[in-house]
Design a protein around this ligand. Sequence first.
Ligand code: VGL
Length: 193
Amino acid sequence: MTSALFIIDVQNDFTEGGALGVDGGAAVAAGVTEWLADGHPYDVVIASRDWHDGHNDNGGHFHPEPDFVDSWPEHCVSGTPGAEYHPALGTHLIDVHVRKGQGKPAYSIFEGETDDGESLPDTLERLGVTDVDVVGIATDYCVLASALDAVEAGKHVRVVTDLVAGVADESSEAALRTLSAAGVELITSKDAQ
Ligand code: VGL
């Protein structure tokens, strides 16, 4: 077994005060850092960042009148403070950095590339990752899409439900139901070994 932790989009723009701030986002940043420091060893810790272009609408992902489902206010523009990891996230804990969404919407980490230009699926293949735990933001969008793609890729997948934060309550609850129905285990950080 080779285990990976996915830390999805724990970025300033997705936390309180950010362009698309999600309630509980900063707590996820601090919580993940504390939990990992407590000793939850993964073979590899992989973190994603939404990394959009600043000079176009990223395939309709940015919209001046967003519906907050398929279109959004400008967020996570490459090279801006909003696109950086939240300062409470201990970046020394991250082994592989993935960026996604250059010029297009990209909810899933599977659409991303590492800093070395390798696709995430190729990285998982190379490392022989079999088991994936997922934490981060947002439960109802990028966490959902990333965990479903991990199932699709044949991994054993768990979502750590006290280390995620969502855009809206209803869609976050629906996301957890969808994940559970797809075979994802819903655990808490206390259950994770
Ligand atoms: C996300 C909305 C728009 C996410 C990204 O990280 O879940 N949500 N873009």
